[in-house]
Write a protein that binds this ligand. Sequence first.
Ligand SMILES: [Zn+2]
Ligand SMILES: [Zn+2]
Length: 295
Amino acid sequence: MSMGCTKEHEPHNCCADLHTHTTASDGLLSPSELIKKSAAAGLCAVGIADHDTIDGIAEAYEASKQYGIEVVPAVELNTRFGKEEIHILGYYIQTDLVWFKNILSDIRHSRQIRARKMVDNLRRLYGMDITYEEVEIEAKDGVIARPHIARALIKKQLVTDMSEAFAKYIGNNCPAYEPRFRLTTEEGIRVVSEAGGVPVLAHPGLLSDAGLVNYVIRLGVKGIEVYHSKHTPEQCRRYDQLARKYGLLITGGSDYHGYNEAGGVNLGDVKVPYDVVDKLKKFAAESEKNIINKA
Ligand SMILES: [Zn+2]
Ligand SMILES: [Zn+2]
């Protein structure tokens, strides 16, 4: 499945996978390993879009010099709209704004508290022999996320795989699930803009209510992630049309988390022509006037 960009179709172009995760959040590869793998996959640019953190970007930049890969700095914010979770990608956010880093660290802190509560729930409700420290080991120094709890459960053979962990225990509204602090979608889009970035609606095909896409467009996203490893060709077509209708950027990426964990998704499985990177840069240059330098 190579959507959006193939070298055969784009002889004068190269391809960019604009959505990946590293060990800075819940990915399995370090930023350097990811950059190395991007080079091996024949990509020319890769978007580092960790959940609620920009901590992997500096290392990715460093590694990119060695491998000739262009880093597209990004962040993925899991925002809330009512009961729905809407993911907002922020491309080319400035990485030196103290207020922005503080918001991200508040979110990460609430993830830790939430993970502790979920571990307690698993122990209390199911008598599972699992500790918060074991989950922390899975997260290494990165942002603690539910996949880390799932991996700890897998290691202890309390579940067979990631999907069982989510379906039975820690998925949204499952018995051991706990909510955490999230920005609203509106706030998420605003902080990305005020940090000089380009807000993009991530994988709209994963929303349970397709009508929400129009709502998010009205809130001011500048692009839609039309191409994503979990989108069907039909969804890609539909979101492509929608993006064109509203003059929004068409982005795409694999949402690679490392190895073949998430249903066999590989780095570069979904990619877009390099033009998209140029367009993102142009939008980011416009967004610079929104930058707020609040302390
Ligand atoms: Zn996402
Ligand atoms: Zn993602």
